[in-house]
Design a protein around this ligand. Structure first.
Ligand code: ATP
Ligand code: MG
Ligand code: MG
Ligand code: MG
Length: 436
């Protein structure tokens, strides 16, 4: 992509309304613009990151055996009356009346809708287990939308729903999602710690929140220091005992959010306990019959009897993750994208746009990079070198290749790693080889 043809409205000034780094940087890097409180448009650079995160989330859901669907954003209130949540949900639910006076709502989550789909189609235990997910916009009329996309009112969530015959099978589905989450967050370059959590309005028995540790997190968290050295599981085709073993290893060290933390019962000595703040990026629940019983989601069991299915639900805040990744990875100059979610892998800077030779050299290198399948943002504008470097640092692409007339005389370009700041002068072919 040529910057001269792109839409990248970066800001030099720090926007006054932004209180935390990720919000500031997303505005400054031209990723988002606010439409109304907690409601954002995603501009091209932001949209690319959002799509990359979404794709990693999708791949790990698919790998865990979940099946992608797409449910609507607008729901009928009837199902929520059936489950009993229509009144309970309160003001966070955006209620809408259509022209016929029917009660509708903008979905804040989809337990009711998926349970309805399931009960209408699935009749036999032979069709279980099933796990259905979608990646769809949600609306919650948050009392205090803030921190940009971290606490939006409209936000993108991946939500999955599992259906099993027995509680034991249900726990296995829960474990599969638990492991998928560990893998997902690791691929996003994040360290997310699973913590015992309150089940809140979704309800249920077994629940973990996944939190990214960051000073700007909204939750106070307590965790054993051993988490800091744990790394996500590789395991793919794991059976239920294997899944349980991974879950056990990640739930044995102590970790809890402030609602669950109790100094009187905490088993960890204070030297080994870290107190910090965390951003909730995912939340998984096993809640058994909470929705299937009131909504009559049953199947015929092996003995011909009618069995109420066991359910769980599993959320990831896809749009919140954009902010969380920036909170975890930035410096004074701007964002530092992990390679896996970077909007482009390489920024190519032409520092000699007035020189025909330098420009044609950059054009060729741009084509070569693209031909090698490398995503590149090519700054071909007439801005000065200082402004170009500052802009590239701000938008945080993992690699920068700067090409100037002086270097070219010696046959070299400068390759910079955004994360380490390390710069090397290389012949362009070597630079290309290094990036392949
Ligand atoms: P929070 O405690 O931050 O209000 P929640 O517990 O209400 O979140 P869940 O119902 O568990 O949220 O939804 C699943 C995931 O959706 C959360 O873990 C979070 O990552 C994301 N999420 C929830 N609310 C928002 C929001 N207002 N803006 C962006 N992401 C959100
Ligand atoms: Mg909430
Ligand atoms: Mg929460
Ligand atoms: Mg939650």
């Amino acid at each position: 992509m040529r910057l001269s043809r792109y839409f990248l409205p970066t800001l030099k000034e720090t926007p006054a309304e932004a209180q935390i780094a990720s919000h500031r940087l997303m505005l400054r890097a031209g990723m988002i613009r606010q439409g109304a409180a907690g409601i954002y448009s995603w501009l091209p650079l932001g949209q690319r990151v959002l799509k990359k995160i979404e794709q990693i989330v999708r791949e790990e859901q698919d790998r865990a055996g979940a099946l992608e669907v797409l449910m609507p954003t607008i729901q009928s209130a009837e199902l929520w009356m059936e489950s009993g949540r229509y009144d309970d949900y309160g003001k966070e639910m955006l209620r809408i009346e259509d022209r016929h006076g029917r009660a509708m709502l903008y979905g804040p989550t989809n337990e009711e809708m998926i349970t309805d789909i399931f009960r209408r189609e699935v009749r036999s235990y032979r069709d279980l287990p099933k796990n259905l997910y979608h990646i769809q916009w949600k609306f919650r009329d948050e009392i205090r939308p803030r921190f940009g996309v971290m606490r939006g009112r409209e936000f993108l969530m991946k939500d999955a729903y599992s259906f099993d015959l027995t509680a034991e099978d249900g726990v296995n589905s829960y474990n599969a999602m638990f492991v998928a989450y560990l893998r997902t967050f690791a691929r996003l370059g994040l360290k997310a710690i699973p913590m015992q959590a309150d089940t809140g309005p979704i309800g249920g028995d077994l629940s973990h929140e996944f939190l990214v540790i960051a000073d700007t997190g909204e939750s106070e968290v307590y965790f054993e220091e051993s988490f800091t050295t744990m790394s996500a599981p590789e395991a793919l085709d794991t059976d239920s005992a294997g899944l349980q073993a991974i879950v056990d290893s990640w739930t044995t060290p102590y970790a809890a959010t402030e609602e669950k933390y109790d100094p009187a019962t905490c088993p960890v000595s204070s030297e080994k306990l870290i107190k910090g703040r965390g951003i909730e990026v995912g939340h998984i629940f096993f809640f058994g019959e909470k929705y299937s019983a009131p909504m009559n989601a049953t199947v015929q069991g092996p003995d011909g009897d009618t069995v109420t299915v066991q359910m769980g639900s599993y959320g990831i805040g896809v749009s919140r993750l954009v902010g969380a990744i920036i909170e975890a990875s930035h410096d004074d100059n701007g964002i530092i994208w992990p390679e896996s979610v970077a909007p482009f892998r390489v920024g190519l800077l032409n520092l000699g746009t007035k020189s025909e030779e330098c420009t044609s050299f950059c054009d060729t290198l741009y084509n070569d990079l693209q031909a090698a399948g490398i995503e590149v943002l090519y700054d071909d504008t007439s801005a000065g070198a200082g402004a170009k470097f500052a802009n590239m640092d701000l938008i945080g692409l993992p690699w920068q290749i700067a090409v100037g007339p002086r270097g070219l005389q010696n046959g070299v370009v400068e390759l910079k790693n955004r994360a380490t700041g390390e710069k090397v002068e290389l012949n362009p072919l070597d630079a290309l080889a290094k990036l392949k």
